[in-house]
Design a binder for this molecule. Structure first.
Ligand SMILES: [Zn+2]
Length: 425
């Protein structure tokens, strides 16, 4: 690397008195600093287009004591997730299939039935729990966003419109609810007060219950260069070692782990009460912990070298886009997920490169990507304008989207992903 990649890093100035959200250490180091960024799900309406927007520092850190990768909470979770939120899980076919497969597998593995109780945290629009409802297994969703909780209830999925933590856990126990299965998919990274959240598990989980946690694996973020999955609403990025440590601190044992392909490479963790003697820790846990240690995830160097890779990715993407525009090509984007906001804001890619993006979620149509203000349309727009290049922003769904966009080959469109590096597909 030449010295043009040296970056200014006056960490103490940038952090104030911030301390690790798990262990409270102030021995913090830069993992990657993505500059100023808007909230990634705050899509701008046409009415607000002439107004300003708030930008916040997007600076991921690693704790030198517990190695938890984290983004300081600058905007409160209540502001982000309470009220109205734009993410509806049911707009991805592959995610719905994943949920149905999980429901079948876990029902069999834990022998769930009419006497059991399933609780899901951040149950979204009922995309998962509807499978348990259909199977006659009692369930309850916990969902803080009003508009999304309402959709779940319309579908017949019992849902409480609250945030989860020790207070909600005590309330549920007081109401006679101790789940045999406690599910949290892609939520634990979005929790600012991780200690209160996991302490809630200890209170709520049935004595013989199992909690499963699905979450992207930090190793993929690092090895797969998935820095665009970092955003304000996403406070922590977990290695197995870090997550295991946090749950153990709160009296819960990690007894199994599975690799799953969602979100660019995730893990499904299985926890039980530390007092539960029926479950023994499987080899998969020891094996993955060993792999992480061997790969250096309990050493600062691997975290501190990451930022150079991110800067290089920005340079490569811009070189590709500039070359395409110099050749007179038109470019559109497919998908407006949160990661699009991080990537495009960090790289400074606006309508000067990308005319518009399309998304299947009608909530986003007629709105604009936060910050970069690229307009969002329905997918039909592609056939109307026939762009030369289409950037697939949810690269984790690349295969599904490439097959959905097969028809664009008729006019010679080239599809590409920006991550882990620009490549045609
Ligand atoms: Zn820490």
């Amino acid at each position: 690397m030449n010295n043009t990649l040296a970056i200014r890093d006056d960490l103490a100035v940038k952090l104030g008195d911030y301390a690790c959200r798990f262990c409270h250490s102030q021995d913090l180091h830069t993992f990657v600093d993505l500059g100023m960024s808007p909230l990634c799900e705050s899509f701008v309406t046409a009415e607000d287009y002439a107004q300003g927007e708030s930008f916040y520092p997007l600076h991921a850190l690693v704790c030198g004591s517990c190695f938890l990768v984290q983004v300081p909470e600058i905007v409160s979770g209540t502001e982000i997730y309470g009220g109205e939120y734009a993410y509806f899980s049911s707009f991805s076919d592959s995610w719905l299939r994943h949920a149905a497969d999980y429901a079948r597998m876990i029902t069999e593995r834990l022998q769930l039935g009419r006497e059991s109780l399933v609780i899901e945290l951040a149950s979204n629009d009922g995309y998962l729990l509807k499978n348990f409802v259909a199977a006659g297994i009692p369930c309850l969703g916990i969902e803080p966003a009003d508009n999304i909780a309402a959709v779940a209830m319309e579908k017949g999925v019992p849902t409480r419109n609250v945030f989860f933590g020790t207070e909600t856990a005590r309330q549920l126990v007081a109401d006679g609810m101790r789940p045999h299965l406690l599910v949290a998919n892609n939520v634990i990274g979005h929790v600012p007060d991780i200690n209160d959240f996991v302490a809630g598990y200890k209170i709520l989980l049935h004595a013989e219950g199992v909690a499963t946690v699905e979450i992207p694996h930090l190793l993929h973020l690092v090895q797969g260069n998935q820095f665009d999955t970092i955003y304000q609403e996403h406070y922590c990025y977990y290695s197995l070692l870090a997550l295991q440590k946090i749950f153990a601190y709160h009296g819960l044992t990690l007894f199994d782990v599975e690799k799953i392909p969602t979100h660019g490479g995730s893990l499904r963790y299985y926890f039980c009460h530390a007092e539960n003697q029926q479950r023994t820790v499987r080899d998969a846990v020891h094996e993955l912990a060993r792999q992480e240690r061997d790969a250096g995830y309990e050493d600062l160097e691997i975290y501190r070298s990451y930022k150079k890779k991110v800067i290089e990715t920005k340079y490569q993407l811009l070189e590709f886009l500039v070359a395409a525009k110099r050749q007179g090509k038109t470019i559109a984007g497919y998908g407006a997920p949160g990661k699009a906001s991080t990537l495009l804001n960090y790289c400074g890619v606006r309508e000067d490169f990308i005319d518009y993006v399309v998304d299947r979620n009608p909530y986003k149509h007629g709105r604009f990507l936060p910050g970069v203000r690229i307009p969002i349309h329905a997918p039909e727009k592609l056939a109307e304008t026939k762009p030369d290049l289409i950037m697939i922003l949810p690269w984790n769904l690349k295969d599904e989207i490439v097959s959905q966009l097969e028809y664009t080959r008729a006019w010679g469109a080239q599809l590409f992903v920006p991550i882990p590096e620009v490549s045609l597909c």
